[in-house]
Design a protein around this ligand. Structure first.
Ligand SMILES: [Zn+2]
Length: 131
């Protein structure tokens, strides 16, 4: 079966499969599958790589310009499904052990463009399991 993923445009699809950070792609594919299995939620990726101009217009932090961030639409999903997947990602992955307040996934519930932002850093890794 192909990945349970859709894209806002062919350009974003090309960025996702060929240009974004490979670890970010790996994490996205893993949790898109989880989201589909657990909630029947097919991820729709609305943003990947942005130009500086596009990012400034959206008041971004610049991380989308580096290929280390993507956005997934959440406005059509129940809050419990979004919370479940966001929590799971952050329980299983650490963005940067030196800066624990930074997260791999967070929900941006603003207006009609509500989305989940996923990001990675060079120090991003799977958390050590206790079991
Ligand atoms: Zn974002």
């Amino acid at each position: 079966m192909s990945d349970p993923l859709t894209f806002a445009s062919p350009a974003i699809e090309e960025q996702f499969y060929h240009r974004i950070n490979p670890l970010l792609r790996q994490i996205a594919l893993e949790y898109a599958e989880e989201a589909f299995q657990r909630h029947g939620w097919i991820w729709h990726i609305t943003s990947a790589i942005r130009t500086r101009e596009e990012d400034e217009e959206l008041k971004g932090t610049g991380i989308h310009c580096t290929g280390r961030a993507i956005d997934v639409r959440t406005k059509d999903q129940p809050k419990r499904a979004v919370d479940d997947i966001v929590t799971k990602i952050n329980e299983e992955w650490v963005y940067d052990p030196k800066r624990p307040t930074f997260l791999v996934a967070f929900d941006k519930p603003h207006g009609t463009a509500a989305h989940c932002h996923l990001q990675v850093h060079e120090n991003t890794g799977r958390r050590q399991s206790n079991g």
